[in-house]
Design a protein around this ligand. Structure first.
Ligand code: PEP
Ligand code: MG
Length: 909
């Protein structure tokens, strides 16, 4: 990295600032907003912010060089604070104390470090005591400083995770000796003693002397904040939130204001609206005579800021009104003037930022200061409500309301959710991939048929499998959730679960499944069949025991947001659905058609699988036709259900795609059952199963290779689709069938299939005395299909990009086997994201762009869509918009997400 010239430190204070709100990239969110608050007349203690670039330089050139690089600017800025406060850092008579705080571009609450009350030593503390006339306060500040600095900078930590904080241990001992219960009962002499004991403990356990020189303290703290950018929880949080490491953190150094100077001082945290529900109600917590960390640390019970909030809180706690008013009064009651000012300023801040604000404040002897403001984190429900309320209130326009909502967070509104309070006490067992969102808990079962049985007996179950196969479908449908040890985000379990809107955690590698003993083992812990576990499919966490869930309710605001999306969107959103139920769910969410019906999912019902297996067992075309004739009526009924559910909208049915071996049992018991059902010997079954086995089934006899070798399958499916359409048309419905040929890589593969389809169609229409308009199209999921799209489009009437296979074949990564290397690739940053989740725009995207262009060069009206899993992933949807696709198709519960992402793509243009 080349050293940049220019400014690295930005000052603020007294209504002036060198930075602004829109400089969050350089100053971090906290630094930028502190500058902005100065500019709009919100009282903020003076200070300065060291830029995020310096953080990167710190990691590039190291501690000493960075200190040398910014020394002059920091010293000058420190003078600036001294001038504005009329105090001097390190002075024995009139000392200035500082806070040193982190702040990245995106807010990372609690992930990095902060040091308060910096600049004290044995001499300075005496000056502070004299100046304030409050020795207890001075020594309280001193012991807080040594404690925080000792923890954060000098790293005196608990020896093991079982041990309590060493500083708290000392405080407890001193309180015990004195016979008091709370910190506030400690007197000046006790606090003095604590400082000494803290310093001794630091020396003894770290071998380092506590620094007395305030300047040395300042540099120690600044560098500690930079160091905290790379602490474990910050790294993990960045990973979860997709925050790049290169962003770095800024460091803000500010004059301290004290909420712990007695009964006219206080500190608190507040929100301009409710972050959980989105309600437009000012709320927050505060404490008299305290510093910021007291509110969040949970040592003292924080009180509510508003009277209404306080009464509600007391209600929940079962505290009487009298006790509440005397012991836990609201700020509105205890400091009415301060409260009025706070309320006016929080309103001002929300109006200025036009979004819900999360603020920190301190009252020092009757004077209110703001220490921070940021756009508050919120739940999905709150996100939608706040955006739509702000729109109605005239604070933001429609396009801004659309942009304010994060597509993926809509998920939280659609699936059952864990009860937050109980979740905090739950024991996390392990983590897997967040394959399908939502919350689920139930008793462990290992087999699909058990899942069905237990469910019918009234149990809630979680189906735990090494991996799932299509045969598990019925069991999956009956389970509350699915946990697999193997498989990625496009594994069968994940795709199917998402389609069902069913919670699923896949690829949880630490789970060892022992089917024989019917147990799982996770890091030495054994869980048996019937024991309760809970899954959070939204983040992949797995918990022991039963965590209660609550159903999500769709609000009017959600509906209003969706309407707003439609107003701006060009890209249509269809759904991937194999059952009328899925189609209805998707339709309620606003899907305008089915973009992919995977017909194979229809073959697993008892009767159907028998006919299917008969077909597989058949020796010749005639035998196959006999078996297919049995399947025909089932298929026809299935399609009728879909056409009905999507009346008036296109329904794109894909011809049979998976290799036939997926339809036969691989275990002895299953093979015996099949032999009995078919009236043949087990040997015959075994032989057939063996003959179907392939070295690489994903590249084997599947897709249109099935239809091209067994055209009778294509003919039967075409007949079922078009008969269903004809019959419904006669009943007054308006079906729009589309017939799709999968896995085409060569135009002749398509031509052959098209011929079979058209010939069968002509027969059906003649028999029915009725013609239905239908389209024949293809999937583009093999790179060669994209490369030769102009040839294919001379025949195909539409393209649907199957980006699951297209990703698989472009990368050469088996979609079912990525679990073994993907985590390492992500860890080592060989890949930034899982390409099966987020469309690889550089590689796979190029193929899509090329195919669209080539296809439309010979057929300008060529309809193009996507039906791989990426069709419901926001950044991929935005890509599809730019690529000029006509629609995206995704699982039902992703439809609102895709609609929002599509609208955002349109308004961002
Ligand atoms: C695809 O490959 O993207 C696709 C939609 O088909 P499937 O996932 O069924 O292979
Ligand atoms: Mg495919």
């Amino acid at each position: 990295m080349a050293m940049k010239d220019g400014k690295r430190v930005y000052t603020f204070g007294n209504g002036q600032a060198e930075g602004r709100a829109d400089m969050r990239n350089e100053l971090g969110g906290k630094g930028a907003n502190l500058a902005e608050m100065n500019l709009i007349g919100v009282p903020v203690p003076p200070g300065f912010t060291i830029t995020t670039d310096v953080c990167n330089e710190y990691y590039e050139i190291g501690h000493d060089k960075v200190v040398a690089l910014i020394k002059d600017e920091v010293e000058r800025s420190l003078k600036h604070i001294e001038n504005l406060t009329n105090q001097k850092f390190g002075d024995a008579e009139n000392p200035l104390l500082l806070s040193v705080r982190s702040g990245a571009r995106a807010s990372m609450p609690g992930m990095m470090d902060t040091i308060l009350n910096l600049g004290l030593n044995d001499t300075v503390v005496e000056g502070l005591a004299k100046k304030t006339g409050n020795p207890r306060f001075a020594y309280d500040a001193y012991r807080r400083f040594v404690q925080m600095y000792g923890d954060v900078v000098m790293e005196l930590k608990p020896a093991s995770k079982e041990e309590i904080d060493p500083f708290e241990e000392i405080i407890e001992k001193v309180k015990e000796e004195k016979g008091v219960n709370t910190d506030n009962e400690l007197e000046t002499e006790d606090l003095k003693k604590l400082v000494k004991l803290f310093k001794d403990a630091i020396l003894e356990r770290t071998g380092k002397q506590f620094p007395d020189d305030p300047i040395e303290q300042l540099w120690g703290a600044i560098c500690a904040v930079f160091d905290s950018w790379m602490n474990e929880r910050a790294i993990l949080y960045r990973k979860m939130e997709g925050i790049p490491q290169e962003w770095g953190t800024a460091v803000t150094v500010m004059a301290m204001v004290f909420g712990n100077m007695g009964e006219t001082s206080a500190t608190g945290v507040c929100f301009s609206r409710n972050a959980a529900t989105g309600e437009n109600v000012f709320n927050g917590e505060w404490l008299v005579n305290a510093q910021g960390e007291d509110v969040v640390a949970g040592i003292r019970t924080p009180q509510q800021i508003t009277l209404a909030g306080s009464r509600h809180w007391a209600d929940l706690q079962g505290i009487s009104e009298e006790e509440r008013a005397t012991k836990y009064p609201s700020m509105e009651e205890a400091m009415p003037d301060m409260y009025k000012e706070l309320d006016a300023l929080q309103t001002k801040l929300e109006e200025h930022y036009r979004d819900m604000q999360d603020m920190e404040f301190t009252v020092q002897e009757g004077k209110l200061w703001f220490l921070q403001t940021r756009n508050g984190k919120r739940t999905g429900a709150a996100m939608v409500k706040i955006a739509m309320d702000l729109l109605r209130e005239g604070n933001i326009d429609e396009k801004t309301a659309i942009k304010r909502c994060e597509p993926l967070k809509l998920d939280e509104l659609l699936h059952p959710v864990f009860n937050k309070e109980t979740l905090n006490q739950a024991k996390e067992l392990t983590r897997g991939l967040p394959a399908s969102p939502g919350a689920a808990c139930g008793q462990i079962v290992f087999f699909a048929d058990d899942a069905e049985k237990w469910h019918h007996d009234g149990h809630k179950v979680i189906l735990v499998r090494l991996e799932t196969s299509p045969e598990d479908l019925a069991g999956m449908a009956e389970a509350e959730g699915i946990l697999t040890a193997r498989g990625g985000m496009t594994s069968h379990a994940a795709v199917v679960a998402r389609g069902m809107g069913k919670c699923c955690v896949s690829g949880a590698g630490a789970v060892n499944v022992d089917y024989k003993k019917r147990i799982i083992e996770i890091d030495g812990q054994i869980l048996k069949e019937g024991e309760y576990i809970s899954l959070n499919g939204t983040n992949g966490h797995v918990y022991k025991g039963e965590i209660p869930t609550q159903a999500a309710e769709l609000s009017d605001d959600f509906a209003a947001l969706m309407d707003l999306c439609s107003k701006y969107t060009h890209l249509q959103v269809r759904t991937n659905a194999d059952t009328p139920h899925d189609a209805e769910v998707a339709s309620r969410f606003g899907a305008v058609g089915i973009g992919l019906c995977r017909t194979e999912h229809m073959f697993f019902d008892n009767e159907k699988i028998i006919a299917m297996r008969e077909m597989i067992l058949a020796e010749d075309a005639e035998g196959r036709e006999r078996a297919l004739a049995k399947l025909l009526p089932y298929q026809k009924e299935d399609f009728k259900g879909l056409f009905r559910a999507m009346n008036g909208y296109p329904v794109n049915v894909r011809l049979l795609d998976p290799p036939l071996h997926e339809f036969v049992p691989h275990d002895t018991l299953g093979q015996q059952t099949m032999a009995d059902q078919m009236g043949v010997s087990v040997e015959t079954i075994k032989q057939r199963v063996e003959s179907l086995s392939e070295h690489n089934p994903m590249l084997g006899h599947r897709g249109c290779r099935l239809g091209n070798t067994f055209p009778e399958i294509t003919a039967m499916q075409t007949r079922a689709i078009l008969m269903a359409a004809c019959e419904l048309k006669k009943e007054g419905f308006d079906p729009h069938p589309e017939i799709m040929v999968p896995l085409v890589g060569n135009v002749h593969e398509f031509e052959n299939q098209e011929r079979v389809i058209r010939a069968e169609a002509a027969k059906v229409f003649a028999e029915q005395g009725l013609e239905i308009t239908f389209k024949v199209g293809t999937m583009i999921e093999i790179p060669r299909a994209a490369l030769t799209a102009d040839k294919i489009a001379t025949h195909a009437e539409y393209f649907s990009f199957g980006t699951n296979d297209l990703t698989q074949m472009t990368f050469g990564y088996s979609r079912d086997d990525i679990a073994s290397f993907l985590p390492v690739y992500l860890e080592k940053k060989i890949l930034k994201v899982d390409p099966f989740q987020v469309l690889d725009q550089k590689g796979v995207g190029q193929l899509i762009n090329m195919a669209v262009e080539k296809g439309r060069s010979v057929r300008p009206e060529l309809k193009c869509g996507i039906c791989g899993e990426h069709g419901g992933e926001p950044s991929s949807v935005k890509f599809c918009h730019k690529a000029g696709l006509n629609y995206v198709s995704c699982s039902p519960f992703r439809v609102p997400i895709a609609r929002l992402a599509a609208a955002q793509a349109a308004v961002e243009e």
